[in-house]
Design a protein around this ligand. Structure first.
Ligand SMILES: Cc1cc2nc3c(=O)[nH]c(=O)nc-3n(C[C@H](O)[C@H](O)[C@H](O)COP(=O)(O)OP(=O)(O)OC[C@H]3O[C@@H](n4cnc5c(N)ncnc54)[C@H](O)[C@@H]3O)c2cc1C
Length: 494
């Protein structure tokens, strides 16, 4: 077995791991050996093709991860850069109330706010100029404002964006300022070593065990031969996300581990829904997401955001079969699209479990989430019609295609009786929790600095830390928490 000794081992290189590597890079400059191991390959942006069939290679299980009951499809990135390699860059700050309810000693909104501002500046997060707003977004704004609802501009972290539109298949020019473009290059420059294609199975006693796989063609290989590997490190930082980190800890069977391990997972259950406009919309032109509405955030727990999805993903979100489905897809260029994002509650029973050693999410969507998603579908239908669409495609509906004359009957036509699990498409790109922060080891896995309770050499810097859902798209909050936890390691480093 290959043995690698280092001072700090970071497992995962996404929003959390990439940020931890950037914060700890000064130690590498001073001669400490810092290694980032990621199960995914190390591609540079030149590799991305923006072809849907090739883009699935960048995802966990090629996009085929589902909750244990098969009801929700979970999408996560599996490459150096993690999910930030394929995210859209929607940059929201978590509502202050969410941080208050966490009640984590020393974790204040004031502190996080300063971090948000610094991180946003470093990754060029800003409201895009008007020439980036495509037809889909203009129609959303028109519809929302006609209904008298608020319409906000989304902050996006891109630099020299060429408006290719297919952000979730990887940006071919590296405009998206995820960790692959910003934090990882900074860390490498300071001397941090990246070991891609390295799956960590378990940790214990300042060690981590895993397997090195061959580098896929067109990717940057590590200098190590494929085969089993053992890392020894003074500190190990887990940053494999809700699935990866919870999975490693569950497999490790460390003594005295909190019963909360793997639990309290939230996913932001979401739908992508479509209206069909009489005119060509072509949501793939320009930037996909520039507007959102908070009209029902307080009252019904969801956000409406603009979005764009390519043909296969769009097709799987649409009801109907055979000829009917094909007929709908023929109007693809006229599709107006809205993303519905429900903020679900953190409960101990929604948890990561192991099935043959693989982390699987045992999650039951709540009645409250179903009510919220049905309400959101009715709202989306109203936006589509207000924006001029003559048809709307909503999954929890009595009809596959709703027509304008159905608008007065939305309460009757869209609702829980039609919300049939495993029939309608529900997705999540925001798994959170599993190793939640807190003070009580009975209900939390990590302490106020993300250190695993009882294990001073073991830390967490990723989405699994979140005690409850961030409500909004989470990457900025994850980066801020990872930065705070990694800074604590840096400050206390001997
Ligand atoms: C398509 C898509 C679009 C999104 N858009 C947005 C958006 O616009 N705004 C927003 O705020 N959020 C967005 N998100 C969510 C956001 O990207 C994630 O919440 C965030 O990246 C999670 O950070 P993380 O560090 O926890 O995990 P990740 O970024 O997922 O990184 C985890 C890394 O760990 C590696 N890993 C896992 N297990 C192991 C193991 N056992 N051994 C070694 N390595 C391992 C993985 O390969 C991966 O690289 C999006 C996500 C997706 C998938």
């Amino acid at each position: 077995m290959k043995k690698i000794e280092c001072d700090i081992l970071i497992i995962g290189s996404g929003a959390g791991g990439g940020t931890a590597a950037r914060v700890l890079a000064p130690l590498a400059q001073k001669g400490q050996r810092i290694v980032v191991a990621d199960v995914g390959p190390f591609y540079t942006h030149e590799h991305f093709t923006q072809r849907e069939i090739e883009g699935v290679d960048l995802l966990w299980d090629e996009g085929g991860v589902f909750t244990k009951d098969g009801a929700i499809n979970i999408i996560m990135g599996r490459m150096v850069g993690g999910s930030t390699g394929i995210y859209t860059g929607v940059t929201f700050t978590v509502p202050p109330d969410v941080i208050r309810t966490w009640a984590i000693p020393g974790l204040t909104y004031d502190d996080l706010e300063k971090r948000f501002a610094r991180i946003k500046e470093a990754i060029n997060a800003h409201v895009l100029p008007d020439n980036f707003v495509n037809t889909n977004n203009r129609l959303f704004k028109k519809g929302v404002e006609k209904l008298g609802w608020p319409c906000g501009s989304i902050v996006i972290n891109v630099k020299d964006c060429q408006q290719q539109g297919f952000c979730n298949l990887g940006c071919t020019v590296g405009a998206k300022q995820g960790t692959l473009e910003v934090e990882i290059p900074q860390a490498i420059k300071a001397g941090v070593e990246i070991i891609p294609n390295c799956q960590i199975e378990a940790v214990g006693g300042n060690k981590a065990w895993g397997t090195l796989a061959p580098a896929p063609p067109d990717s940057i290989p590590s200098k190590h031969e494929p085969g089993p590997v053992e890392f020894s490190a003074k500190k190990i930082i887990l940053a494999g996300n809700t699935f990866g980190t919870s999975g490693i800890l569950l497999r490790s069977k460390l003594s005295g581990m909190s019963p909360a391990l793997g639990g309290y997972v939230t996913v932001h259950p979401s739908h992508t829904v479509f209206g069909i406009h009489p005119e060509v919309v072509e949501g793939f032109r320009g930037f996909p997401k520039t507007y959102y509405s908070t009209q029902f955030t307080e009252s019904h727990h969801y956000y409406l955001e603009t979005c764009f999805y390519y043909p296969f993903v769009a097709a799987k979100y649409i009801e109907g079969w055979g000829v009917e489905h094909k007929k709908i897809m023929r109007d693809y260029r006229k599709f107006m699209a809205i993303l519905i994002l429900n903020h679900d509650q953190a409960v101990p029973t929604n948890r990561i479990v192991l099935q043959k050693g693989v982390p699987v999410l045992d999650y039951r969507i709540s009645k409250e989430s179903i009510q919220s998603l049905c309400h959101a579908q009715r709202s989306a239908a109203r936006v589509f019609f207000a924006a001029g669409c003559d048809r709307a495609l909503l999954p929890a509906s009595a009809k596959v295609v709703l027509k304008r004359e159905d608008e007065s009957r939305l309460e009757e036509l869209i609702g829980p009786p039609y919300f049939i699990l495993n029939k309608i498409s529900i997705a999540s790109a925001h798994p959170q929790g599993g190793c939640r922060m807190g003070t009580d080891p009975a209900t939390s896995v990590t302490n106020e600095w993300g250190q695993v309770h009882g294990y001073p050499w073991l830390h967490v810097c990723d989405s699994s830390l979140l005690p409850s859902s961030t409500h909004v798209n989470p990457y900025l909050t994850i980066m801020a928490l990872a930065e705070r936890n990694a800074e604590h390691i840096l400050e206390t480093w001997k």
